[in-house]
Write a protein that binds this ligand. Structure first.
Ligand code: LMR
Length: 415
């Protein structure tokens, strides 16, 4: 009896080829796998500090009022649902370039930035990885230590090899400047360094404007290519201040690649909307780069979904809606900042042995708590509090309703 016959004999209703039987169980995603586990947890008091999704003080991920207003307009306008171009809507490209680089630089770069409207920031990163592979083959891609877990998967899947540069000093809970700059100086020409533009994920430890100037000088000297992951614009200081890294590198004349996400700052998580920007040296280079980016997109998802991009474009192009949206981003940012302070105060009042004041210096949704993996598992198993195994927390997940519970659990676990 052949192998196929044996399988069908075991399961006579099974009509597919035995090929699938060779699939082994893949490990759960460290972040989205945790979300699945959280959903399945039946405990009423469960708290999700895992995935980076903003929630308001009531624990709700809001649809921003500016987004709701535009969605109503879009529904009434009943625009065609025909395909977008492979790189998306040109109006979206112009609007997002201005948000990313600022009006002055965006105008200066006119015709030299290749922009693709992508399915989320993840889509932008993957198209960037595919594009680099298409033009240069397998490249060493340098990632921050630590970094967003998915960076590793994305650039490996695009065919690259991974290297790491030093970034964070866990003892100081801050950027390890000496080690960071020294590692950047060792990256060879033509290789790629992925740097978090602001609100470093997972540590919340950011670079200053002076740091960025040094990064620009090193990249120019060494000849490596900076690829900035820009997923949290507006969640650190404000829209323009958070763009200082991107703008400093672009202003220095470097061949910058930027991957923007609008999941967080527009709350468009499930609409999957982001942008890839590649700053080229000339319009001729941009034309050729665009043709390669289009090939990557065409053979992957053909052309992007339109809805999220239409919302972002409409808001950014209407001065009154843009001002409203800026205020909504400020409200989300302020809630996260206030929560950092409330959490540190509560931990101090509970007499927790460790000093957590560093949480107040960090930016954006995430911080590295320094909690060991064993303690992370105890918090999950015994207290229904979910955080990523690395000890990363999404600060926004702490609400007035669960602050006391989270604080008491931290005290119970770390003393
Ligand atoms: C996160 O880091 O939690 C977010 O960027 C969501 C994700 O896709 O991992």
């Amino acid at each position: 009896m052949g192998m196929d016959t044996a399988i069908y004999a075991r399961n006579p209703t099974h009509t597919s080829m035995p090929l699938f039987d060779s699939a082994t169980q893949a490990p759960a995603d460290p972040i989205l796998g945790l979300s699945t586990q959280f959903k399945e947890d039946t405990r009423a008091n469960k708290v999700n500090l895992g995935v980076g999704v903003f929630v308001d003080a009531h624990g709700v991920t809001p649809v921003l009022p500016s987004v709701r207003a535009v969605e109503q307009q879009l529904a009434e306008a009943g625009a065609s649902k025909s395909y977008l171009p492979m790189t998306g809507s040109p109006a979206y490209a112009t609007a997002t370039q201005k948000l990313c680089f600022g009006e002055t630089l965006a105008n200066q770069f006119a015709g030299r930035v290749v922009t693709a409207q992508t399915p989320g920031g993840t889509g932008a990163l993957r198209v960037a990885g595919d594009f680099l592979h298409r033009i240069a083959g397998t490249l060493p891609v340098w990632l921050s230590n630590p970094t967003w877990a998915n960076h590793k998967g994305i650039f490996t899947a695009a065919g690259h090899t991974l290297e790491t540069y030093a970034y964070f000093d866990p003892a100081a809970n801050a950027v390890d400047h000496d080690a960071f700059f020294s590692d950047l100086k060792a990256i060879p020409a033509g290789q790629v360094a992925v740097i978090h533009a602001c609100c470093h994920n997972p540590t919340g430890a950011d670079l200053t404007e002076d740091d960025w100037k040094q990064v620009a000088a090193i990249a120019a000297d060494q000849g490596w290519i900076p690829l900035l992951d820009f997923a949290y614009q507006g969640f650190g200081e404000n829209i323009d201040a958070d763009a200082v890294g991107v703008r400093t590198l672009a202003e220095a004349g470097l061949p910058v690649i930027v991957c923007q996400s609008f999941s967080k700052n527009f709350g468009l998580y499930q609409d999957r909307i982001g942008a890839l920007h590649i700053v080229c040296a000339s319009t001729d280079e941009a034309t050729r780069v665009k043709s390669q980016v289009e090939l990557c997109i065409r053979t992957n998802y053909s052309n992007p979904p339109a809805h999220g991009g239409a919302i972002v474009t409409a808001i950014l192009n209407d001065p009154s809606l843009a001002t409203q949206w800026d205020g909504e981003v400020a409200d989300m940012r302020d809630r996260i900042k206030d929560t950092r302070t409330d959490f540190v105060t509560a931990l101090e009042q509970a007499g927790v042995s460790r000093d957590f004041r560093f949480l107040m210096d960090q930016k954006g949704m995430f911080s590295f708590t320094g909690i060991s993996k064993d303690d992370v598992h105890r918090l999950r198993n015994e207290f229904a509090i979910y955080m990523v195994d690395s000890g990363r927390i999404n600060v926004a997940g702490i609400t007035p309703a669960n602050l006391a519970q989270v604080t008491a659990a931290m005290k119970a676990v770390i003393g």
